[in-house]
Design a binder for this molecule. Sequence first.
Ligand SMILES: [Zn+2]
Length: 209
Amino acid sequence: MEQTEATPVVPLEAGAGPENPPCPACGEPLFGWIARKAGLEGPVRRCESCGLAIVGAPGGAEAALRELDSLREENVVRIENRGSVACALGGAGWTGLQPGRRHLFTVEAVRRLVAQRDQIVKSARWRPLASLASTWQTLLNSVTFGRNVALAALRDVPAVPAPQPWQRRIDALASIVLAIPALLIAIPVELAGGLSRRGAVVSIRLELF
Ligand SMILES: [Zn+2]
């Protein structure tokens, strides 16, 4: 059938429904992103406006702010950036998908959330080394059965090990053999991310009142 009519412009709100609950940060509907997988409490939805992603059923702004505060030291929150180049590249293998995490933040989502309690984002700083480690792990996740196994061995990051012992042995071997090649890819990816303000790990300074 020939389409001669102009595509109607549908506001995002028209997509709201039981399958698309509102984003706790900005109110736009959330859309399905990643199916439920090991280590996660449910499927992951994301907001196409502010970028916030939520694992399982959304619990509203209060729950999102509570998790944000759990990442806060004094007036600085450090996030694995859901809006990063590494996340866009890694998808379901993104390092930020960690057990126990319910809200996966972007700088814009943090800005919208803290505005609800009259706070502002004073600055957002790319953390180059932490970002490089995170992006490196995202790349390794694309070839391992488990997730975040290398980074968990090196620093305090929760891992989702593969279910079978033989898979865990292959993961350990792959993480060693591919460590350097993955690093050589991670460096330009993360440089591109950092320079385009889409770095993997970002420190956000909040103005507290
Ligand atoms: Zn949103």
